[in-house]
Design a protein around this ligand. Structure first.
Ligand code: 9UX
Length: 72
């Protein structure tokens, strides 16, 4: 099973931030795909909910010093 989630990320001010957040997300177990856009501050992940939860994804981003809120 794969779910798709979109979230808004605060605190990204350059392209290296985007690469950093994408790298963090893609390294998480259960995350199959992650794309982050600097212009819109939006991220989209496809993940396996039996491996990782939305809260764990949010926490990983916040642990790296960014803000994150799931939209759906
Ligand atoms: Mo750019 Mo992001 O110099 O934390 S990497 S602002």
């Amino acid at each position: 099973k794969t779910l798709s989630g979109q979230f808004r990320i605060g605190g990204m001010t350059c392209a290296a931030c985007v690469n950093s957040v994408e790298g963090i997300l893609r390294a998480l177990p259960g995350v199959k795909r992650a794309v982050v856009a600097l212009a819109t501050s939006l991220g989209e992940v496809e993940y396996d909910p039996s491996v990782i939860s939305k809260d764990e994804i949010i926490n990983a981003i916040e642990d790296a010093g960014f803000d994150a809120v799931f939209l759906q």
